[in-house]
Design a binder for this molecule. Sequence first.
Ligand SMILES: O=C1NC(=O)NC(C(=O)O)N1
Length: 312
Amino acid sequence: MIDLTTTLNKLHFKTPLMNAAGVHCATTTELDDLLDSQAGGLVTKSATLQPRTGNPDPRYANLPFGSINSMGLPNQGLDYYLNYANATALTHPDFPILLSLAGQSLAENLQMLERIQASAFSGLTELNLSCPNVPGKPQIGYDFDQMKTILTAVFQTFNQPLGIKLPPYFDLAQFDLVADILNQFPLAFINTINSVGNGLFINLETETTVIKPKGGFGGIGGSYVKPVALANVRAFRQRLNPAIQIIGTGGVVSGGDLFELILCGADVVQIGTTLAQEGTPAFGRILTELERIMAQKGYATLADFRGNLKTL
Ligand SMILES: O=C1NC(=O)NC(C(=O)O)N1
């Protein structure tokens, strides 16, 4: 009998797979779809205090091996998602809910955290420090001093479990530096990776970009980024305090991809591009594929192999 359960801080997940913030989670209709799927939990679209329309269309495109997006944080505003989370907690008390925040200033993030803390919300909060698509706003995850300042201010006021969504890093010295910063804070989890920022895709026939915002520059997701996601999950698992759990995100298409992220140390795994392209049936397909692989290898639980990647 295969046991796919896992935990993230105080939340119990029946399955280790869920959506990535931004995909199939901007409206109550989409969020209800996730509730009714085989996902083990859900995260809401990264919220700002007030609703945002985001960047001009076309701002998303499917690519041969993934996707490119420059959505620009279109969302219904924090209260919409906070109200959904609190209503859903009454109808689905055991379904893990994460709220994602992407305030455009420290003050806005502190204001949103204060509102969450004052509410009945009992899920987990994910502070998105890595949106690559707001014109003129560099990714906080690449500004280490600013990240430290924000985390210091956040943990002075917010006493609920908090995680952060990180951009991908590409240098071992950066993994060391970022892990040293994160280990100074009582984080519940990190979520790595966000899309690989500011990629470019060209339509050869028309000699044009495929999305409109930022001259066609956008976050890359899907199979293109799996090697980067695996490395970031592995590097942070090797460096972070064991009390800081890891959500692994990036490039998961199959049960094998899901297995590999858990093998690198992920406690929960998210899908973005695959969910955007296949819809919620992707959860059941990927989980069935994972169960088959675990059965073949003789693993009964995720803990039997989590973090056990072997090197040569
Ligand atoms: O954090 C984000 N990552 C992305 O790839 N896109 C969205 C967005 O643009 O809203 N935000």
